[in-house]
Each structure stands twice: as C-alpha cells, then as structure tokens.
Design a protein around this ligand. Structure first.
Ligand SMILES: Cc1cc2nc3c(=O)[nH]c(=O)nc-3n(C[C@H](O)[C@H](O)[C@H](O)COP(=O)(O)OP(=O)(O)OC[C@H]3O[C@@H](n4cnc5c(N)ncnc54)[C@H](O)[C@@H]3O)c2cc1C
Length: 390
C-alpha cells in the first residue's frame, strides 16, 4: 500500500482541527497538511452538538483574553472566511450572558467582574430590580442580582466549523475521510498515523484534535490524558408566552442554563453529577421534566406551560484535572501536539487556541500568551483555577 508523507497531520477535523489547519496554512501556505476526519457529516462531533455560547465572563485571566479575542474574530469571521466570494454564516448574536448571583456568590462574582473590566471586557452588575426591569418575565427571587456581559452571546457552531473547514480546504488542506486507529512513533518521536483503511500516513508532527475521543487516541501512543467523554443533554422547548425580546444566555448558580433560539424556541441544559461517562448520545425527556423544568419555572414562572419540542445529547471532552484546555506539545513525545480537554467552553476558544497552536508548531511568537494551558501541567499535577465552569 502506498505511503503518504505530510508535514503535519491533524487528527479530528471539527472546530479545533479545522481552526489549527486554517491558521497553519495562513502562516505557511506551502505546508503539506492532512486533516483526518472519520465523520465528515460531524453527526457526533461536540462542535455540531454545542450550544454555541461566547462569553468573556470567566474568572481566569487567559480565558477572558481568549474570549475577547473570539468576540473580535467572530465579528469579522464571515468576511474573512469567504471562499471565492461565498461567505459562511455563523449568525453571531450578541444578546448578552446573564449570570444570576446568590448572596454566597457575591464576592467571587465581584472579583471576576473587576478582572474582566481591567482586561477591557464589557461586564456590568445588575441588581435584582434591574433584572426584573429589563426582563419582566424573570422572577429574581433568591438572587441578589447578576452579572451581565452585553457583548457576550452565541453563534451557530456548525456554521463556524464549516467556515474554518472550507477556508482551510481553499488554502490547500487535504481532508481525508478515515479513522486514525494508531498514532505511530519511533522511539520518542512521532512518525505518523495508521488509518482504519490500512493506509499509513507519515509525518513528524501530529496534532490530536479528537475532542472527546482524544484520550482514546493518545493511548495508542502510550500517552494517558485525564480526559473522559461525558454526555450532556440539551432540550428545546416552546413556551406558550410570547417573548418581547430574546433572552440572554442565562446561567444560575446551580449551572442551569437557557437561551433563546430561532423559531421561538428556548434551549435549556444543565451539567449534572450523574451525567453518564462514555460515548452515549441518547437523551431523556424525563430529565427535563423532573429536574430542569421545575428549576426553570422558579426563574421564569410563565414557563410553567411549554412544549418540549426536541432534545439531543453531545459529549464534553471533560478535563478531569481542571476543566480547561490542554494546549501545546506533549512533553514526553517529540512532535505530538494537543488541543484537547476544553470541556464545555471550547467552541468560543477555537479561534485563539487554533492560532496559538499553529504559532507554536511553526515557531512563531504567539499572538496571545497561552503557555499556562501547557500539557506539562498534567505531569506536574498543577490545575488551573477557573470559577466560571458550566
Ligand atoms: C451540549 C454541549 C454544549 C456546549 N456548549 C458550548 C458553549 O456554549 N460554548 C462553547 O464554547 N463550547 C460549548 N461546548 C463545548 C464545545 O462544543 C467543544 O469544546 C468543542 O466543540 C470541541 O471541539 P473539538 O474539535 O475539539 O471536538 P469535536 O467537535 O468533538 O471534534 C472531534 C472530531 O474528531 C473526530 N475524531 C475523533 N477521533 C478520531 C479518529 N480516531 N480518527 C479520525 N477522526 C476522529 C470526530 O469525528 C470529531 O469530528 C458544548 C459542548 C456540548 C456537548
């Protein structure tokens, strides 16, 4: 069987793999670059099953900087990613993100707000009365107020992925529809990948962009990553009341989140302790009815009457160390790079993460200093502290 030689091989061609591919080829157009993606329709990719939220409301400096960078990128993304005059559509809507705060969460919320503002982010404190004034359907009972990011919002995740992919292809990336079954190495140096079709692709540089499957993939090279697939369920409901304006992406202290969707729908979800570990894509309407709905009604009493229209399940590539990205070279193998472990906030990090990894691989000075996300912290058992994990 014929071998193929590449400068770089990316495993996984969803939002992370495609962002890396786009940034590599933008900086170095002559690269011979392969992206191996086994599911070109992206039916199970977390990217396509994501909620598409974008917020600067984090508590860790670099996460805030990443989102500020993302807000800028998304504002011009459709023009920048146009191919032969055809623009992708990401429908970036800056309807805001509202974190509802209880008294016990006040100090942390204020600290995060101060940090966000000091980095140039737009974020405001709203009293409970202010919340009710802006969104009369909300009952702010039990909350002392909330933090609101007016430039935060959401976008169409599939549109974002297609934008990166189409542009990467136009720049010369080879997307190969196959499955990588083995990361190949020679001693402590990467040498290529083995595919399910039996083909072997050679390259000294391999990027693991396999999302929730990244630990499985890394294991084929003897690398253990603290990442597991966890099923997260989302529900689309149609309330019986008309909303005067779209709801911001709202998050309660328990982690319940909801936002408006097109067609008068509201998307609702919550990460729960009992969420199933594994590659399971079933969803259970009973979870909405028994757990999420009562909590939703406490915040918006008018949602007592609504119709559950549909639901879906997608996977978090849950980072067990600290729920944040692993970004950079794997210290124990020359040529293996990680862009994994984003847990529930990877979509908005894809512009900065893809750019940073491409710059590292090409030996450029990084636009954003994201060294804190180095996979070295796995070996050092040094978790990052981020209070804004959902
Ligand atoms: C329900 C839900 C809600 C979310 N909400 C948000 C949100 O509001 N905001 C936000 O920023 N993030 C959110 N996320 C997280 C975000 O979706 C992910 O962090 C991000 O999409 C990860 O992208 P990825 O490219 O790393 O992984 P994926 O999109 O999962 O892509 C990995 C790809 O690798 C391919 N692959 C895997 N193994 C192999 C192999 N061996 N060979 C070939 N191909 C392989 C897969 O087919 C897949 O296409 C959410 C996630 C979920 C599940």
């Amino acid at each position: 069987m014929k071998n193929s030689n590449y400068d770089i091989i990316i495993v996984g061609g969803a939002v992370m793999g495609s962002s890396v591919a786009f940034h590599l080829l933008t900086d170095e157009p002559k690269l011979k670059l392969a992206v191996v993606e086994r599911d070109p329709a992206y039916t199970r990719a977390s990217t396509a099953l994501s909620l598409g939220g974008v917020r600067i409301q984090f508590s860790f400096k670099e996460n805030i900087q990443i989102s500020l960078y993302a807000q800028k990128c998304f504002a011009t993304f459709e023009e920048e990613m146009a191919v032969n005059g055809v623009k992708p559509s990401i429908q970036f809507r800056q309807e805001g993100y509202l974190f509802l705060i209880e008294d016990s969460g006040r100090a942390l919320a204020e600290e995060a707000l101060t940090l966000q503002k000091s980095l140039g982010g737009e974020a405001e404190w709203w009293s409970a009365e202010e919340i009710k004034k802006r969104f009369p359907l909300f009952s702010a009972d039990g909350f002392i107020g909330g933090t609101f990011g007016p430039k935060d919002g959401y976008l169409d995740p599939y549109g974002l992925l297609m934008g990166y992919r189409a542009k990467a292809v136009s720049l010369g990336a080879y997307y190969i529809a196959d499955e990588v079954v083995e990361l190949r190495k020679s001693g402590k140096t990467m040498s290529g990948v083995g595919l399910a079709s039996g083909q072997i692709l050679n390259s000294p540089i391999i990027v693991n962009a396999a999302g929730a499957w990244s630990a499985e993939l890394a294991r084929t090279a003897g690398v253990e990553l603290p990442i597991i697939p966890i099923r997260r369920e989302v529900f689309a409901v149609k309330p019986s009341v008309n909303l005067e304006r779209p709801l911001p992406l709202t998050i309660t202290p328990s982690g319940l989140y909801f936002r408006s969707e097109t067609g008068g729908l509201i998307l609702v979800g919550r990460s729960l302790e009992e969420d199933k570990v594994g590659f399971d894509f079933n969803w259970d309407w009973g979870r909405f009815q028994e757990t999420l709905w009562p909590e939703l009604v406490r915040i918006i009493p008018a949602f007592e009457t609504l119709k559950l229209v549909r639901g879906w399940a997608g996977l978090y590539d849950q980072n067990l160390l600290d729920s944040n990205a692993f970004l950079g070279p794997w210290p124990e193998l020359q040529g293996l790079y990680l862009i994994n472990g984003f847990s529930g906030h990877g979509l908005q990090q894809s512009p900065a993460a893809g750019r940073y990894l491409a710059e590292l691989i090409l030996g450029r000075t990084p636009t954003l200093d994201l060294r804190c996300f180095s996979p070295q912290r796995i070996l050092d058992h040094r978790p990052l502290q981020e209070g804004g994990i959902v």
